[in-house]
Design a protein around this ligand. Structure first.
Ligand SMILES: CC(C)(COP(=O)(O)OP(=O)(O)OC[C@H]1O[C@@H](n2cnc3c(N)ncnc32)[C@H](O)[C@@H]1OP(=O)(O)O)[C@@H](O)C(=O)NCCC(=O)NCCS
Length: 131
């Protein structure tokens, strides 16, 4: 997971193997995986958050993220979760297209939310889907 994440992200920064081990060990987290990609959600009562979704650059545009997201959402829904939120860098058009196609809508815009390299800042979109 850490290798795929590092191949996918500079901002937010890639997460370490130790951070993934902690997430995978948490009873609140649900992990969906397939060859070249994964998604992690975290449950908080009736709500969940999509913590991350990543597909290695060599495995993109094959429907893998859609399959991961569908699996995650289906499992949350069947366990009684009512809504899911996510944050995404506001100019991450592939991810935003993925989320909109899955039924997420824009909830708010957070200016200068992410810290980038060389002191740069990026806005975030907060998105939500009712399950
Ligand atoms: C965003 C990401 C997960 C998409 O993974 P993927 O497996 O290539 O996506 P899929 O093939 O399942 O595409 C599903 C839909 O997402 C949208 N989409 C995916 N990549 C896209 C792109 N490059 N441009 C426009 N839309 C895109 C499309 O709506 C697509 O449906 P379509 O193929 O019928 O047009 C992948 O690009 C990635 O890992 N990016 C880096 C990490 C990242 O940004 N994660 C999200 C952070 S919040």
């Amino acid at each position: 997971m850490a290798d795929i994440h590092a191949a996918c992200f500079t901002q937010p920064r890639p997460w370490s193997a130790a951070e993934f081990a902690d997430l995978c060990a948490s009873p609140l987290c649900q992990v969906s995986t397939l060859e070249g990609g994964f998604a992690i959600t975290r449950r908080a009562g009736p709500e969940a958050e999509l913590l991350t979704i990543a597909v290695h650059p060599d495995a993109r545009r094959q429907g893998k993220a859609r399959a991961l997201l569908t699996e995650s959402l289906t499992e949350l829904q069947s366990s009684g979760c009512e809504e899911i939120f996510l944050e995404v860098v506001a100019d991450n058009h592939p991810a935003i297209a993925l989320y909109k196609a899955a039924g997420f809508t824009e909830l708010s815009y957070r200016k200068d939310y992410y810290n980038g390299v060389n002191g740069s800042k990026s806005a975030a979109l907060v998105m939500r889907k009712i399950l």
